[in-house]
Design a binder for this molecule. Structure first.
Ligand SMILES: [Zn+2]
Length: 213
């Protein structure tokens, strides 16, 4: 089942590793189809992962296909899909620079044009919620804004998007802007960009950036 999608999902996991967003077994990507969700199996290291390993679950979390246990974060992903119908992909990582803000309980303000381009607004911080429950999904959605990314208090990062490509791009750029923000905050006291200017940059970027299809 879902042979092509399995390959795309596998590639997304490899990209997480390539961009240093995950270590060993941490982090996961899921993707939604009309009736199912495909997600990383629990505790499988990236260098052992294959496209066949992804677990297909229904919207209640029952395993439909797969001989491995799904990620412990499956309930979190499913909560988001059930409550936000425009989401087609969810990525969770402990990418270090963004997670440092999460551990401090601080939102990531729009310090750079790169942040404004991709996200438009600050990346909010959730309240603390325990791993492995729907509570993380609930905490994430209660603060989620148009950025489609949140910092999970004392934990890591959760990013949502309409498809794998969009969500992966956001996960990679979130870590990049968090890294820049970290350096700036180490060197001094950066000020956030003006809110309207940030939104203008976001609109321009989403209209004009990249190649026309
Ligand atoms: Zn985690």
């Amino acid at each position: 089942m879902y042979e092509d999608l399995r390959k795309k999902l596998y590639h997304a996991h490899i990209m997480l590793e390539k961009y240093n967003l995950v270590e060993y077994t941490s982090g996961n990507v899921s993707v939604k189809t009309d009736e199912h969700v495909l997600i990383k199996p629990s505790g499988v290291p990236y260098d052992e992962l294959t496209p066949d390993d992804f677990v297909v679950v229904d919207m209640k979390g029952n395993v439909v296909e797969g001989n491995k246990r799904p990620s412990v974060d499956t309930a979190t992903h499913l909560y988001i899909y059930r409550h936000k119908s425009d989401v087609g992909c969810v990525i969770h990582t402990h990418s270090p620079y963004a997670s440092a803000f999460a551990i401090l309980g601080k939102p990531l303000l729009v310090y750079s044009t790169a942040h404004a381009d991709v996200f438009g607004v600050e990346i909010p911080i959730t309240k603390y919620a325990a791993v492995g429950t729907e509570a993380i999904g609930e905490a994430a959605l209660s603060v989620m804004n148009k950025a489609g990314a949140v910092l999970l208090d004392h934990h890591g990062v959760l990013v949502v998007g309409k498809d794998i490509n969009e969500t992966l791009r956001k996960a990679i750029f979130l870590e990049e802007v968090a890294k820049t923000a970290y350096f700036a905050r180490t060197m001094g006291t950066p000020q956030a960009l003006n809110e309207n200017e940030a939104l203008k940059l976001y609109e321009f970027h989403h209209k004009h950036y990249g190649q026309t299809k």
